[in-house]
Ligand binder design. Structure first.
Ligand code: SF4
Ligand code: SF4
Length: 350
């Protein structure tokens, strides 16, 4: 697909780009707005579902349980054994088709709105902002010499991160060990060494991932990030900066008359400061972008202050009208076929 023209950073823009980063660490500025609200509500629904699902009972049994000791999976009354791996393959194929389908329509919205990595990364960032203050204060704290305030704030932050990680690991394990046994046995230190080992292992993974690896997972490790661009076409909605309207960018006073020499971008750098992967959307389409919409929220706030129309940064498809319906129909049909196949095979496995 044809991408917006990338322009080299001027030295001033490079300075702005670096302000939210220190020694490779990105300090994410918190941002409120339309897309942030969608993500927050979605996160609440998804995290609540993750926590509550193991507590659901079906015909007197835990509705979803991967019983590793007995090598069977219980799924709302359906019991599957290792010889039913075929159904798992179909479930994974269905999930892949759905993901490809959504990506073709809306780009990396899975990454930006629903991926556990993003949800936990922003959850950890929320804790950091509450304990250490704004992203600038956080940056200053990291630069400051060791002292009582720094020790206290870092201890509290890492303590909360570790508690969240431990709870996450416990919830995850409750899909493998019946909830009726798991919590009481772990909290009374009577769980088997294997169960305790896995809980601590998953807690460590969550802590390292959410608190330290963060966006590097999306940038360098996640395989989905690498091949998703092959699913984009001219009808895919991607977060885009409107160069024609925004350039020439340049700072100005809020109440200044609109200049004919300057475009609508006031070069405030807020779209970079809020970006969880630390990129500048004004440089055009980049593989790092997770289509989360935070830069659009930040820019819309700025446009409102300057009394300019919103949407300098927005979701844009190059040819909205000419959607390739045949391709969408193909993904949709493949997903439906998989679903009905799973349903039929699942029912016969009851
Ligand atoms: S450029 Fe914008 S949409 Fe892309 S990841 Fe950064 S904040 Fe999110
Ligand atoms: S937030 Fe908007 S106005 Fe500010 S630098 Fe980014 S694109 Fe320009």
């Amino acid at each position: 697909m044809e991408t917006p023209v990338s322009q080299p950073l001027t030295s001033k823009q490079s300075v702005i780009f670096q302000t939210s980063q220190l020694d490779g660490k990105i300090y994410i500025r918190e941002q409120k707005g339309y897309f942030q609200r969608i993500r927050r509500y979605l996160s609440w629904v998804l995290v609540s579902g993750f926590i509550l699902l193991p507590w659901v009972q079906y015909h007197g049994q835990q509705a979803i349980l991967f019983n590793i000791a007995e090598q069977k999976l219980t799924l709302f009354g359906i019991t599957l054994f290792p010889q039913d791996m075929f159904i798992f393959s179909l479930i994974f194929i269905l999930a892949a088709f759905l993901l490809f389908y959504i990506t073709r329509l809306y780009g990396r919205v899975w990454c930006g709105y629903t991926c556990p990595q993003t949800i936990w990364m922003l959850m950890f960032n929320w804790v950091e902002r509450r304990v250490e203050g704004s992203y600038r204060q956080s940056q200053a704290l990291d630069k400051a010499d060791i002292g009582p305030t720094k020790i206290l704030k870092k201890t509290v932050k890492h303590g909360i991160w570790l508690s969240i990680s431990l709870l996450t690991a416990l919830v995850f394990m409750s899909y493998f060990v019946p909830v009726s046994q798991l919590y009481s046995s772990v909290f009374t230190f009577q769980a088997s060494a294997v169960v305790q080992g896995w809980v601590y292992f998953f807690a460590a993974c969550t802590y390292i991932n959410g608190g330290w690896i963060k966006e590097k997972m999306c940038l360098h490790i996640c395989p989905y990030a690498r091949f998703q661009s092959v699913m984009f076409n001219n009808s895919t909605s991607l977060m885009t900066y409107d160069h024609t309207r925004g350039e020439n960018r340049g700072p100005r006073k809020i109440k200044a008359q609109k200049s004919t020499e300057l475009g609508d971008c006031v070069d405030c750098g807020l779209c970079v400061d809020v970006c969880p992967v630390g990129i500048d959307i004004r440089q055009g389409l980049q593989y790092e972008c997770i289509n989360c919409g935070l830069c659009a929220d930040a820019c819309n706030d700025v446009m409102q202050k300057f009394n300019y129309p919103q949407g300098l940064i927005k979701y844009t498809a190059k040819h909205v009208i000419k959607r390739q319906w045949s391709a969408h129909l193909g993904y949709g049909l493949a997903s439906l076929l998989c679903f009905f196949f799973i349903r039929c095979v699942g029912l016969s496995a009851r």
